[in-house]
Design a protein around this ligand. Structure first.
Ligand code: F58
Length: 835
């Protein structure tokens, strides 16, 4: 072959030095990179492509992580230490290499070393697939919390599932609809995990439970599957401490059921192995709805049982009496998904450790802590009693026993209140009967928290009201969510991070570890030099996004225009529909203008991204509408320079990292009282983007920090929502009367202006009919708020000042603060830095 002997990339001498390897003058990065190319990848140095080079770089970074990981485990095992465990069915990690290099403090060295080998680090980073083991906010929060725990040298492990398929890949079909394709993210080697074939547990399903004496029982028979551990290293920032995320994979206990095999029933023999592997095969892509799928319940038990066995084994290694379990172990339940851990720990303590029921319950209720992430009734988890009885007969018994004892206590405190008993019961009566997981999580936990001030108050006033009356208010508290500034400032916006460092005259590590230091920016707000540089950083981020859009869609974007972004899961309560109807309203207005009037319009590019649950018909229609509106207005010569619209497919953590730093304004416009917190609002503000939003979730606390003059609020407040809904239900007013501007927009859609009008009728009817999410109530004030945004943007200097002030006041929203809240209020654990 021609050219094979030539070194096609980089500096020949560097490669040759690397191949010699032993010389101590050769940089470690070169040595380890070349070593991995030759050994781990078994590839020739002279025909390496970018995918291979990414693998080599990742393996080389991994070596550093492994050393730190091992030292951390040794360090924490050396003396009995209290640990906290974060049980989450979702960890939305995104990419790892960039984050690992930044946290290790090796990014500059790698950039340089890899450059000499003929590659660009930025190109290699693009080769990595996202680890997308989550749906949205809840899963990404878990990932931020792992980063903060490690960075603050706290002994915290995550426990989750190693899904073969992460959240589906979103495609847009010819008619503008969402299509779903699987995400086989493990198809290529995953350098970030360590398989632990020696860490396995047997997990039982089905079978029968027989009482032996009193509260004790024996659970036997049924099906057993194996849980095998995979460890994912979680490096802290600017520290050697490297924590662990342990993910479980399901495997058949035996490859074959030999009895069936010998009997000649081959199909049945492999069937059991198929069903075992199925447990961790796929992440359920539904957010905010539950539907009692047996496989989902299997996932939940499989994961909680494996995690508890592992935690218990680690505790037993300490040689302490079982009664001291809560002195060494705290377990955070991320939503109700791991609630089976409560009856599972009861089972272990009563049936296997021979504890009395009361001592076991005392241990359980000092070990668990429960975080709720939503008050939407349709999102509250329930499982049919019949299903639970079949799959987990012993746990169903335990839940009935917990319930009986609990309801006796309720009856004692509130004699004769049958309605209260019915509401608080772990069992919802009806056909079928259901187990209410939130009630179980609440009574089995030491403390219960919501994720923003308003949300925590709503919890106490609504779904937890009876429980507050029973347990008292001390059990209920708030931890406002947070985001990691390492990924959501330094990694996604290196130029801004650099500018902040220069302005504050502080090393990055200083404010990235203590985000409140950003306040130091305030005294520079009026400096023309800073304003200019701040604007230049935003501009370059907008160009980076424009470049992304051009290479992925072929569309050119006016980067002088205002960038307006709404990126989140598609859901009626998040009201992407309000946004798209607002875009159409704007389009129609510009269309009707004279050329002279058009000159005064503030040019705007609107971006949407987000996935809809595959079965969520209305959310999918909203995507279709957005895509088809874009197809019309982006080519309309009257308007296209003033307004354009993009639906970017396949939203992911990596795409968020491009969109967020480029935003001038972003939209967080849920019906008041429905968005528990939101976390992207914090990310936008940290990157100097302003918010237009409702008085909901963490928007409120953001405004408290940055000042209301820097946030564009609109819409009805939470206390009004219930009454308005009641009016809509019982005294409906036609939309033409209630909100003529909106009625006009809806009629345009209905008439087919953006493609076959008929298709959108079910979506439009949700607004015309009972308008549960109150678009007709908020539309006018929404349009007014957007007008204020346009006006404010005209004075660019004032806008940049708002942007700087916003970034400066984001200290509160660091996940480091949030994790400290948990560590102190719940877990009672301490930082312990590796020497
Ligand atoms: C989100 N919940 C909240 N759930 O909606 C958001 O306001 C909050 O900021 C975030 O949690 C973090 O606290 C959320 O993302 C899910 O995705 C669940 C996935 C599994 C099924 C039920 C919803």
């Amino acid at each position: 072959e021609k050219g094979v002997e030539k070194w096609p990339r980089g500096e020949e001498k560097v490669w040759k030095d690397g191949l010699r390897g032993v010389d101590k003058d050769i940089p470690d990065i070169t040595k380890s990179f070349v070593h991995h190319v030759q050994t781990s990848l078994a590839r020739q140095a002279y025909n390496l492509d970018e995918a291979g080079a990414y693998q080599a770089a990742a393996l080389s970074a991994r070596d550093n992580l492994l050393v730190n990981w091992n030292e951390t485990q040794l360090h924490f095992n050396a003396k009995p230490t209290k640990r906290a465990y974060y049980l989450s069915l979702e960890f939305l990690m995104g990419r790892t290499l960039d984050n690992a290099l930044l946290n290790l403090g090796l990014k500059d060295k790698y950039t340089d070393g890899i450059n000499k080998l003929g590659f660009g680090l930025e190109d290699l980073l693009e080769q990595e697939r996202d680890a997308a083991l989550g749906n949205g906010g809840l899963g990404r929060l878990a990932a931020c919390y792992l980063d903060s725990s490690a960075s603050q040298e706290l002994p915290v492990w995550g426990y989750g599932l190693r899904y073969q398929y992460g959240i589906f890949q979103q495609l847009i079909g010819p008619d503008g609809s969402q299509l779903e394709a699987p995400d086989p993210w493990l198809q290529h080697d995953n350098p970030w995990e360590i398989p632990r074939a020696d860490v396995t547990y047997e997990i039982r399903f089905y079978g029968h439970s027989e009482r032996v004496d009193g509260m004790k029982a024996v659970w036997s028979g049924g099906q057993e599957v194996l849980a095998m551990a995979y460890d994912v290293m979680i490096p802290g920032y600017d520290t050697k401490n490297t924590n662990n995320l342990r993910l479980w994979e399901s495997k058949p206990k035996r490859g074959f059921d030999l009895n069936s095999f010998n009997a000649g029933d081959y199909e049945r023999a492999v069937e059991s192995s198929n069903s075992a592997a199925a447990i961790t095969s796929v992440l359920y892509p539904n957010d905010h709805t539950t539907f009692g799928k047996e496989l989902r319940l299997k996932q939940q038990y499989f994961w909680t049982a494996a995690s508890l066995s592992d935690i218990l084994r680690r505790f037993k290694n300490l040689g302490k009496p079982i009664g001291e379990f809560p002195e060494y172990v705290s377990i955070q339940l991320n939503d109700t998904h791991p609630t089976l851990a409560i009856p599972e720990l009861m089972r272990i303590l009563v049936d296997e450790e021979d504890l009395s029921w009361d001592s076991a319950w005392d241990i359980v209720t000092r070990t668990f802590f429960f975080t709720n992430h939503t008050v939407l009734p349709e999102a509250l988890e329930k499982w049919p009693v019949t299903l639970m009885q079949q799959l987990l007969p012993r746990h169903m018994q335990i839940i009935f026993d917990i319930n009986m004892i609990f309801l006796q206590a309720v009856e004692k405190k509130f004699p004769g209140d049958r309605d209260k008993l019915a509401r608080m019961s772990l069992i919802e009566e009806g056909f079928p009967q259901n187990v209410r997981m939130a009630n179980l999580a609440c009574i089995g936990s030491r403390k219960v928290n919501g994720v923003a001030e308003l949300h925590s108050e709503l919890l106490k006033a609504t779904i937890m009201k009876d429980f507050v009356e029973f347990f008292g208010t001390d059990k209920f508290f708030n931890v406002t969510n947070g985001i990691t500034p390492r990924r959501w400032l330094d990694q996604c916006n290196p130029r801004l991070s650099q500018l902040i460092s220069e302005t504050l005259k502080l090393p990055k590590a200083s404010f990235l570890k203590d985000l409140s230091q950003l306040e130091g920016l305030l005294k520079h707000v009026d400096e023309p030099g800073l304003i200019k540089k701040w604007a230049a950083v935003k501009q370059s981020n907008k160009e980076r996004l424009a470049h992304y859009v051009e290479t992925t869609t072929g569309h050119q974007i006016n980067t002088q225009a205002m960038f307006d972004v709404q990126i989140k899961r598609l859901h009626e309560y998040k009201r992407q529909t309000l946004n798209i109807l607002g875009v159409i309203y704007r389009y129609l207005k510009i269309k009707a203008m004279t050329p002279a009037e058009r000159k005064k319009v503030n040019p705007k590019v609107v971006f949407f991204a987000g996935k809809a649950a595959p079965g969520y018909y209305i959310a999918k229609l909203t995507i279709r509408l957005i895509v088809n509106v874009a197809r019309i207005i982006n080519v309309d010569p009257d308007t296209k320079d003033l307004l354009s619209l993009f639906f970017l497919p396949d939203y992911s953590v990596s795409l968020a990292e491009i969109l967020i730093p480029a935003s001038d304004i972003s939209q967080h416009i849920s019906t008041a009282g429905t968005e528990a917190s939101g976390t992207s609002n914090m990310k936008f503000c940290l990157n100097g983007g302003l918010l237009v939003g409702t008085v909901d979730g963490a928007n409120i606390e953001i405004a408290e920090e940055v000042g209301e003059q820097n946030v564009f609020f609109f819409g009805h407040l939470t206390p009004a929502v219930e009454d308005l809904r009641y009016q809509h239900m019982y005294h409906p007013v036609p939309i033409e009367q209630k909100c003529p501007e909106l009625a006009n927009v809806i009629n345009e859609v209905s008439s087919g202006r953006f493609g076959d009008g008929g298709v959108y009728e079910p979506l439009l009817n949700t607004i015309r009919q009972n308008d549960y999410y109150l678009l007709t109530e908020d539309f006018d004030s929404y349009i007014k708020a957007l007008k204020l945004v346009d006006e404010a943007y005209q004075d660019r200097t004032e806008w940049i000042k708002k942007s700087i002030r916003t970034t400066a006041k984001m200290g509160k929203f660091s996940s480091d603060r949030a994790i400290q809240d948990y560590a102190q209020e719940c877990w009672n654990i301490e930082s312990n830095k590796l020497p």
